[in-house]
Structure formats: C-alpha cells, structure tokens
Design a protein around this ligand. Structure first.
Ligand code: PLP
Length: 403
C-alpha cells in the first residue's frame, strides 16, 4: 500500500462533510443567540411571572411562526418542539397508533422509525408491512405501497422523505395522496429535507411530519419539531404529560396544540439558536442554498464515479437529491476510509450503516461495512470539494491492487 500523508505533519483546516448527521458550521447568529440566552438567566417559557418570561414566550412564538412560514403549515400552532427528530417520531408513532393497527413503511427508513415500530409491533400487535426500493434509482417502490394500501385497511404510511444514505428524495406527494384516498394517514420522516430544500407540507399533503432542528435547519443539537395537520389533534394521544405553563388548574393534559405535546421546560438556549437559524434561512432562500449544495453533490458524484475502484450509489443527475452522496472504495472498509480521510486529510464525514441497515441490504454494501457518506452544507466551498476529490483519489490509488 502506498504511504498516505499524516495530518499531524502538515495541519490543514478541517473540511466538514457530515451535515446529514448535524450541520456545521452554524450561522454566526446561532452561536450568539444561544450564548446570549444562556447568560441572561436561563429564562424559561411560560414559567416566570416576570418580564423575562414574556420575552421567552415571545421568542418561542416567533420561532414557531417562522417555522410555520418556512414549511407552509396551516398555522404556527401546528408545530410542536421536540428534542430531535427521533423524539418527534416516537411521539407521533406512539401518539397515533392503536392496538392492531396496520402500518406500511419502507426499507429506506432510519432506525428512528424502524425501532419504535418494532417495539410498538409487539406492544400493540401491529401489522407492519415493509416495501422495498429500486437499487439503481434509490426510489421507493410506490406501486408496492399502492398495492398494500388496496389489500387491507391501513392506519398509517410512514415514509422517509429523503434517504440519509443516498440523499434520494422520495415521491412523498403522490404517496400521501394515495394514503389519504385509502383512508390512511401519512407520516413523513423529513430529517434530511427540512431546511435542505423548500418543503411545502400542505402541498405535499403530509398529515404528520417529524424533523430535526440541528440538521438542515442549522439550529443547535437538542432541537427538533413535529407538524400535526389541522383536524388531527383529537386522534393524537400525548405521550409526555406534565406542566405546560398553561391551564394549570386542569389535572388532565391540555387538549390543544401545541401545549398538548410540549410538557416540561423546553430547550430554551436551543430554541433561541433555532430561531436565529430559521431567520437566517428565510433571509437566504432555501431554494438558492439547495441549488448550491446540489451543484457540489453533482460534482462529487461525477468526479468520484470516474475514479477507478470507486462505486457510487444513486446518481444525483438522475434523481432529485437532498445533498448526500454515498460511495465505497474497492477493498477498503468504509470505517477505515473515513478514519484515513479524517487523520490524513482533515476531512470529516460519516461511514457505516448510517442507522439505516435495510438500505444496505438492497445496495449490497453490508460487506464493505456500509458506505462512506459525504454531505456538504451551505458553507461548503469549491476548494473543499476539490480537496476531497483529490483525497479520495489518493486513498483509492494507495489501496489499488496495482500499488
Ligand atoms: C432519515 C433520518 N431520520 C431520523 C434521524 C434522527 O435524527 P435525530 O438525530 O435528530 O434524532 C436521522 C438522523 O440522521 C435521519 O437521517
């Protein structure tokens, strides 16, 4: 094997290509507002009988309405805050499913869907059906979903809006429409789309949606949100009950959104940061940011595919992509490649199954330890991409049987 550089001998700035896990860097205003909020006395939402408490309520209200604007929700009370996307998915799955319900989901799902469903399947005796996706395009088998919907009454279709392994955006609008005409609800796991690209929830027709605040939305870790379509409140059981700072004379959980789903003190520093991040996104136009990331993903795909010994998965030139590319290097374990990228080239990415094991069964990437995943963000530059392609070239050459 050819020698690879040691970053300790020649320190270079880090290139961050793991925005699908959590975005970095964040807009400057995010750091400033988290810091300011934490220093100004840990103001809680709906708890203090003083002017700072009103300020906290005001900030949360503004953040909620900015998100409602960004997502085209019917109104801001359709949005409830959570601590990450997993938390939101658990609240929605547990809140909406009842004993014996039938659920259709896909092999594209993250463990944040697969594991709660597996647990609920035994607790509630659910009938869970999974459909596959096309290996070449990365697109879910929509005909199979329609076929399953026609077979038996279904309560819920749970769909990954964009795969966190391939980045491929799924046909959510037509699947939501098919679910609706079959009398089922549609829950979108939008961890990889919200903030990454323009998403109009009413246009898509999603009934329920969970996402993270710390990924495409550029907010701090420990933030997330869910959307509940107007008219569904009565069907959604609150999973976390407790103090909401509202109607405190009631011993029962409030019936109205969003307090129905928001018990206990919120992550106020996180929400202050999220509020600043969403304002930044509204000012910068997500469509423009998405175009920029798409250009970088297309370039990565084109240049990496041309390197001998590299296999890429799903072509962003052929299917819409949320900003992710996965690949393997012939004969190199994906974790080992990621360690070399980090230690020899200062490139931070993610390797492995990306918490989506079933995707790798279809892609055939279990034996290579999953895939190496690059996910650029709004702050990724042309220089980052050029340096990354060169680094992969060097690794592939170093490990090629000829070397
Ligand atoms: C598709 C998908 N769903 C859910 C999650 C979980 O997100 P969180 O870490 O915010 O819980 C992720 C995280 O990578 C994801 O990619």
């Amino acid at each position: 094997m050819l020698p690879l550089p040691d970053i300790a001998d020649n320190p270079i700035p880090t290139i961050y290509l793991d925005n699908a896990a959590t975005s970095f860097p964040k807009p400057e205003a995010v750091y400033a507002d988290v810091d300011a909020w934490t220093r100004r006395g840990g103001i809680a939402f709906g708890r203090g009988s003083h002017s700072a408490g009103n300020e906290a309520a005001q900030m949360v209200t503004v953040c909620r309405s900015r998100l409602a604007q960004l997502l085209n929700a019917e109104s801001s009370d359709r949005i409830a805050f959570t601590f990450n996307c997993t938390d939101g998915l658990n609240l929605l799955l547990r809140g909406i499913l009842r004993s014996g319900d039938r659920v259709i989901t896909t092999d594209l799902e993250h463990n944040s869907v697969l594991r709660p469903l597996q647990q609920l399947q035994s607790e509630l005796n659910l009938d869970v059906v999974r459909v596959g996706f096309d290996r070449a395009t990365g697109i879910v088998n929509e005909a199979a979903i329609n076929n399953e919907l026609s077979k038996a009454a279904t309560r819920l279709v749970v769909l990954n809006h964009a795969s966190n392994v391939t980045g491929v955006i799924q046909p959510a609008k037509s699947i939501a429409a098919a679910a609706q005409s079959a009398g089922a609800l549609c829950l979108l796991d939008a961890a990889q789309t919200i903030g990454h690209l323009p998403v109009d929830l009413q246009d898509i027709g999603a009934d329920l949606m969970a996402t993270a605040g710390h990924k495409g939305l550029l907010g701090p870790l420990g933030t997330g949100l869910i959307y509940v379509r107007a008219g569904l409140d009565a069907e959604l059981r609150p999973i976390r009950c407790g103090g909401t700072g509202t109607v405190s004379e009631l011993l029962s959980q409030p019936e109205t959104m969003p307090s129905k789903l928001e018990s206990g003190n919120m992550n106020m520093p996180g929400l202050a940061g999220l509020n600043a991040a969403v304002q930044w996104l509204l000012q910068h136009d997500i469509a423009v940011l998405h175009d920029q990331v798409t250009t970088r993903v297309l370039e990565l795909h084109q240049k990496l595919s041309a390197i001998s010994g590299i296999t890429t998965y799903s072509n962003p030139a052929e299917t819409s992509n949320a900003g992710i590319i996965s690949f393997t290097i012939n004969g190199v374990d994906s974790h080992e490649a990621a360690t070399i990228l980090d230690q020899s080239f200062g490139i931070q990415c993610r390797a492995g199954l990306h918490c989506a094991p079933l995707v790798h069964e279809t892609l055939g990437t279990l034996a290579s330890g999953g895939t190496i995943r690059f996910s650029p963000g709004p702050f990724t530059t042309d220089e980052h991409i050029a340096a990354t392609v060169q680094a992969v070239q060097q690794i592939a050459r170093a490990f090629s049987p000829a070397s």
